[in-house]
Design a binder for this molecule. Structure first.
Ligand code: IVH
Length: 643
């Protein structure tokens, strides 16, 4: 290959990547792309000195960094003021009209992406540096991690220098498939991934970006800048509309709220901006934020209240999680009086003290979260992590490398409660009827001291529980009996091994097929299995020889719990076909997934050309639109049964 052809190949590959990741409109098959990519890699391996900075191979740097360098922003990355209802939006509108001296103002309204702000610099058409917001004036240089974002152009079609700003985020589909067992929500996962010192790990997280601002653009309006940036190949925030009066503003915000569920990323509001830069300049900034833009936060999910106390909850792995006790407040139609504060680092970073007024966020099924301190008072007092477990008084331990404080006592009643609740949960052994109230009583009475004891319970034990009718007690006995032959992946997941989520448990079951093979596997055999790196394989192999763990598994076997031999690689009529589900179906998803696997089909986690069928239920998500665009076959639930 000549140097010229090498550069042409880079351009071709970058163009295909843009069509695939930014435009959602690929024109070649994945397999053909892979072949071209391989040719590129071969040439670069043979000619390392000719390596071009815009080569797609350069998306993943090879060495982890020791730390991020600081990067000073050209102009501060300011935040936006928030409004939570139409009244507050009207006040913003009136302020702008008054300052402009005319009511005929064009605004833009676009979704507010719930991720992390970054500034990106291009020099002579090449992506040179990108940084996080930091304190607004200077952030961290996370260029290597940003390069791993497939939709971000490394080169522009012309050699111009510019700065754009946008939001880095994780798609919900990626989060649900790979990360939901490790992070509380996609935003936290995106934050953790963007600040990874090892770009290879950042790359594996599949971050994404949408651009919302062009700095020092030659255009006259925000709209114009955004279409120029789109032409240059940037993925810009979609669904921007213009509004010419207050009622159009309100309509545009409602339309975005209505579309919220169809996006494959979280949005937490709408952003309203004055469209004309001339008027933006007239309006200017307060000390903290622009006067020409505002965030309309979807009020239903955001509320303010008093943080009355912080208590500690001990989870099933012994992690001490600070929990906020709040003056009850309605968020998203539900009254919230508890919310998570994640960990001490998070509390300190957000500067939250007991007694503060805080903002609470609740999104879908995710546990409510304390987002920030809104107002503090002289009476507020800082929170300190306890030195002893509040439940069993064992001294708390903390590893240098970990943000979590832990209770090391595996017999701690709170850990037991957590382990039991996890074991019986829907995605684990799915033992119906064992809710918190039942488990709490079983733990408190001492009837259950570890998971296997569930299978020694008698009808008398259960009938003794408060508020449990005879019939319900016998239902519980039936549910226990019925749970004795779980699939291997559910069984592995239910044991609650650190870092082994649903997806990883399934990958382990696929790999080892039988419980015996899994239990006797060595550390080396774990590495390389989906989602398992050095650290997880280490923890996994340590768990498998831990005496407590072994005794627990052996006792379960003795009590007649025998996981089935894993059979997903079953050959069947659907072998070679891949499936994905979106929307609500008449049966639980795991049942449909089991049916597909039984017939030899394979589940995928996102829509791509590799997908054979998308199964669509009620209220389908963005996967539906994407599948239609890509021409994927769509099946209803009943059509699946006819396959
Ligand atoms: S415009 C000077 N547009 O929300 C105005 N911001 O809470 C710059 N965000 O700092 C912001 N989506 O990180 C703008 N469509 C959008 C956005 C957006 C998400 C973020 C951004 C901003 C924060 C304010």
């Amino acid at each position: 290959m000549t140097l010229e052809i090498y550069h042409q190949l880079i351009q071709t590959l970058n163009d295909h990547a843009r069509r695939y990741y930014t435009l959602d409109a690929p024109v070649i098959a994945d397999h053909d792309y892979d072949q071209l990519y391989r040719q590129l890699v071969e040439f670069e391996e043979e000619n390392p000195l000719l390596l071009a900075p815009d080569s797609p191979t350069q998306r993943v740097g090879d060495k982890p960094l020791d730390m991020f360098e600081s990067f000073t922003h050209t102009t501060p990355l300011v935040s936006l003021g928030n409004v939570f209802n139409e009244e507050e939006l009207k006040a913003f509108f009136d302020r702008v009209v008054k300052a402009a001296g005319t009511p005929s103002i064009v605004f833009t309204v676009e979704p507010k992406i719930d991720g992390l702000a970054v500034a990106l610099h291009y020099k002579k058409g090449i992506f040179s540096v990108g940084a996080t917001r930091g304190d607004g004036k200077a952030g961290e240089n996370v260029t290597l991690n940003l390069k791993t974002i497939r939709s971000l152009p490394l080169t522009l079609p012309s050699p111009i220098s510019l700065e754009v700003r946008g939001e880095v985020f994780l798609r919900k589909s990626v989060f649900n498939a790979h990360l939901k067992d490790h992070f509380v929500n996609p935003r936290n996962a995106a934050a953790g991934s963007l600040r990874q010192l090892d770009p290879a790990i950042a790359a594996s997280r599949q971050l994404d970006i949408l651009i919302y601002q062009g700095i020092s653009s030659t255009a006259e309006t925000h709209t114009e800048t955004m279409s120029q940036l789109a032409t240059l190949g940037f993925p810009v925030v979609p669904d921007r509309v213009t509004a010419h009066n207050f009622s159009e503003l309100c309509e545009a915000c409602s339309a975005i709220l209505e579309k919220k569920q169809t996006y494959d990323w979280d949005i937490d509001g709408a952003v309203i901006k004055v469209n004309a830069y001339a008027l933006q300049r007239t309006l200017g900034f307060t000390s903290k934020m622009p006067r020409w833009a505002v965030a309309y936060k979807f009020a239903a999910e955001q509320a303010m209240t008093t943080l009355e106390n912080i208590v500690i909850q001990v989870g099933r792995t012994g992690v001490l999680t600070p929990v906020a006790i709040l003056a009850p407040v309605k968020v998203g139609g539900v009254t919230v009086s508890r919310a998570t504060l994640h960990n001490l680092d998070d509390i300190e970073r957000k500067g939250i003290k007991i007694g503060d007024t805080v903002s609470i966020h609740r999104a879908g099924e995710v546990i409510p979260e304390v987002v920030a301190c809104v107002e503090t008072s002289p009476q507020s007092r800082p929170f300190a992590m306890p030195t002893h477990c509040p439940t069993c008084a064992t001294p708390v331990v903390k590893n240098e490398s970990d943000v979590a404080y832990r209770c090391p006592n595996v017999l701690c009643p709170d850990q037991l409660r957590g382990r039991l609740l996890h074991f019986v949960s829907r995605d684990a052994m799915d033992i119906e009827g064992f809710g918190e109230a039942v488990i709490d009583q079983l733990v408190q009475s001492g009837a259950v001291r570890d998971i296997p004891d569930l299978y020694t319970l008698t009808l008398e034990h259960l009938a003794d529980l408060d508020r449990l009718a005879k019939k319900s007690a016998s239902n519980l006995m039936d549910a226990l009996e019925k749970s004795k032959n779980p699939t291997l992946d559910r069984f592995i997941f239910s044991l609650g091994i650190s870092f082994i989520g649903k997806q990883t448990a399934l990958a382990l079951a696929e790999q080892f097929q039988t419980l015996d093979a899994f239990l006797s596997a060595s550390k080396e055999t774990f590495i390389g299995i989906e989602n398992i790196g050095d650290k997880t394989s280490e923890i996994l192999s340590e768990s498998l020889i831990d005496p407590e763990f072994c005794a627990r598994v052996q006792a379960l076997l003795r009590h007649g719990v025998h996981p089935k031999i894993h059979s997903s690689s079953a050959k069947g009529p659907w072998s070679g076909h891949t499936f994905l589900i979106t929307g609500t179906l008449s049966r639980p998803r795991h049942e449909i997934e089991a049916q597909i696997k039984k017939n030899g089909g394979k589940m995928l986690s996102s829509v791509s050309q590799n997908l054979s069928y998308l199964i669509v239920g009620e209220n389908p998500g963005s996967k539906y639109e994407k599948a239609i665009k890509l021409g994927i076959s769509i099946l209803s639930e009943s059509e699946l049964d006819l396959l």
